[in-house]
Design a protein. Structure first.
Length: 166
């Protein structure tokens, strides 16, 4: 666990991540917002692609080999981030999300810093991520943390792939 003002970053590896007390609400908001930004008319979880519904309904299974970081402000879940175990020396950051009512408090920065520290401790030599090109605030945050655009590994239109050495 790491603290940052009134925000606490909780390392959830090895703990049960149930839909009730895990990041389900944050993941739901993340996926619904992303689909809306892509122009999809999704109004609820049932309209999301199956792989996203699986993350929401059973995060323990969906992220079995990954570390889920949760940001708490007092006892409220304020943000989340997933960092994968190194594969060939490379970890990936996924699902960075701060609940709208908690934005502007450094939560995303705290989660990203904790994820990079975890990746370094896990032996990763590179960390990568992908971000939609319209998420300019997120791109600016990643650039401040040393990420730079790289050759894409995901060919979805409007997706920017970034990485940084550790």
């Amino acid at each position: 666990m790491t603290g940052r003002g009134d925000v606490l970053i909780v390392h959830r590896s090895g703990r049960t991540l149930s839909a009730e007390d895990g990041p389900a609400a944050l993941l739901t908001a993340y996926h619904l917002r992303t689909e809306a930004e892509k122009g999809a008319a999704v109004t609820g979880v049932e309209g999301l692609p199956e792989r996203y519904r699986a993350e929401i309904s059973d995060p323990q299974r969906a992220f079995a080999d990954d570390v889920v970081l949760i940001a708490l402000s007092q006892s409220a879940m304020a943000g989340c981030l997933v960092v994968t175990a190194p594969d060939d020396g490379r970890s990936e950051i996924k699902r960075l999300w701060t609940a709208p009512e908690f934005r502007g408090r450094g939560i995303a920065s705290g989660l990203l810093g904790a994820a990079l520290a975890h990746a370094a401790e896990s032996g990763a030599h590179t960390v990568r991520l992908s971000v939609w090109k319209w998420r300019v605030g997120a791109i600016a945050l990643y650039e401040r943390f040393g990420f730079a655009p790289t050759e894409p590994w995901d060919d979805r239109d409007q997706l920017i792939c970034m990485e940084r050495a550790m």
